[in-house]
Each structure stands twice: as structure tokens, then as C-alpha cells.
Design a protein around this ligand. Structure first.
Ligand code: BTN
Length: 253
């Protein structure tokens, strides 16, 4: 069970807790279809049995160990052309929580919307938008944050607890995360785009650094920007190039 946070105005004021569900993103979308769900409603479970990841991948989370939740937002002020700002604020909200709870650890955002802790993935985000004309009618922001999980099948994944050796209160991390998300969402609503973009780039792994990437071939590149639409802009020896989500692979880290 999760208590309604006291530190927010509207995010998390309705919490739909499910002891078990297939995917909080799917449950959130079902809620949206059924009735007029209020903005900021959070769907959360302790046992997600068929979690969805990006690019059709699955998301596994040990029962009762982590946060697996979806925020139902109605960003009808945001045009489709600026939809990546939702990804930016979601990643940044997690990054801010990590800064607060693990100030000595190295946390970074990885484009398009992962968060790394000591170079291992600690959080994945899956955002599913509903579009009406050129605006976002609703958005389901799915966040899987590994908090207390002890072991992973992958050397590239971790949890907050694994990096510091103490267990965290899920309720307290939940509240902090919703508070940070709301603060950033209000900043977005106030059209403070450049502040958000700057914070994202400053925390982005590979920003202004020459690294190896693979697209059609392996090349050296330096991330110089992320467009409002989400495309990654890299400086290369052949000039600046733009990449969509599925068009580029990071072959470092
Ligand atoms: C990824 O890194 O591929 C994205 C993972 C997103 C996982 C979260 S867990 C809560 C929400 N419900 C889902 O089915 N997926 C997201």
C-alpha cells in the first residue's frame, strides 16, 4: 500500500494500488478509457507480472522490492513536436531523487530515457501518449525504479540499495519522486523549456564528449543537443547528424 503524498498539489492525490497487475501502463490506460481519471492519478503495484519496456522489451522487477508505477497526466498544453520534454522531466525527476538519496554516487541520464547509477541502469521509463490534433491529450508515464532489489541477471543493472548497501523506504522514495516530477511538470507547463533542456543536457551521459556509436557503421561522435522531438544530435567528423530512438546504439558504457 502507498499513502497519498503530502508534498504535492495534484500528483499522487489519487493512488490506485494493485497488489499485482500485468503492467501499470496498461492498467493506467484502461482507467483512462473507463472514466474521467483525474490528472496526477498514480497506478502502482508491488508485483508487476508482464512489465513492458521500450522497443517491445520486457521489464522485470522483483516483487515488493522496487517502484513500478504509472502516472496519468493530461499535458494538453504540450504540442506533439515538444513531446520529448515529458521524457526529459521524468528522467530528471528520478535523477534528482538519486542525488538526494545517494549524493555520493554517480547518477546520470541516458538518452532517450534511462537513468544510470554508477554506470548501471537503475531506472527505465516508458511513456505512452494519446494525441488529439497537434496536442497531447493524455500521457501515461511508466517508471520502473529499482530501489531495493538485491540481484539482477544482468551486470548492467542495479538498484539504489545495491550501490550503497542500505534498504530504502519505498513510500519515502515514492513521495520524493512524485514531488520532483510535479515540480518539473509545473515548470514545463510554465513553458520554461530552456531550463529543462539545460538540466537534461548537463546530466546527460556523453554530452560534449567524444564517444563511439553504432548506426550503419561505428563512428566517433559527440552529443551536442537533443531536439524537442527527441532526436539526438551528434557532431561527427562528417558534420552534425540527427538520430531517432532506434537508429543509434551506444557502444560504450
Ligand atoms: C525500459 O527501460 O525499457 C522502460 C521500462 C519501463 C518499465 C516501467 S515499470 C512501470 C511501467 N509499467 C510498465 O509495464 N512499464 C513501465
Amino acid at each position: 500500500m502507498y499513502k497519498i503524498p503530502a508534498n504535492t498539489l495534484f500528483v499522487g492525490k489519487v493512488v490506485e494500488y494493485m497488489p499485482s497487475c500485468h503492467s501499470t501502463n496498461d492498467s493506467a490506460r484502461e482507467l483512462l478509457l473507463q472514466h474521467d481519471t483525474s490528472e496526477g492519478t498514480v497506478v502502482i503495484t508491488d508485483n508487476q507480472t508482464a512489465g513492458k519496456g521500450q522497443r517491445g522489451n520486457s521489464w522485470f522487477s522483483a516483487e515488493g522490492a522496487n517502484l513500478t508505477m504509472s502516472l496519468i497526466m493530461k499535458p494538453n498544453f504540450l504540442t506533439v513536436s515538444k513531446q520529448f520534454y515529458l521524457n526529459m522531466i521524468s528522467s530528471l525527476a528520478v535523477k534528482r531523487v538519486l542525488n538526494d538519496r545517494l549524493p555520493d554516487a554517480n547518477s546520470q541520464v541516458k538518452w532517450p530515457n534511462d537513468v544510470l547509477l554508477n554506470n548501471k541502469k537503475v531506472c527505465g521509463i516508458l511513456i505512452e501518449n494519446g494525441i488529439k490534433r497537434q496536442f497531447l491529450e493524455h500521457s501515461v508515464v511508466g517508471i520502473g525504479l529499482n530501489v531495493n532489489q538485491k540481484s539482477f541477471g544482468l551486470a548492467t543493472a542495479t538498484s539504489m540499495s545495491n550501490e550503497i548497501g542500505i534498504a530504502f523506504s519505498l513510500q519515502s522514495v515514492f513521495e520524493k519522486l512524485l514531488g520532483q516530477f510535479e515540480a518539473l511538470y509545473l515548470k514545463l507547463k510554465a513553458e520554461r523549456y530552456s531550463e529543462i533542456k539545460d538540466e537534461y543536457l548537463q546530466n546527460l551521459i556523453g554530452f560534449n564528449q567524444w564517444r563511439k556509436y553504432r548506426s550503419e557503421y561505428v563512428f566517433d561522435g559527440q552529443i551536442v543537443d537533443v531536439l524537442d522531438s527527441g532526436q539526438l544530435k551528434l557532431a561527427t567528423q562528417q558534420g552534425d547528424k540527427l538520430f531517432d530512438f532506434k537508429e543509434i546504439e551506444f557502444i560504450w558504457n
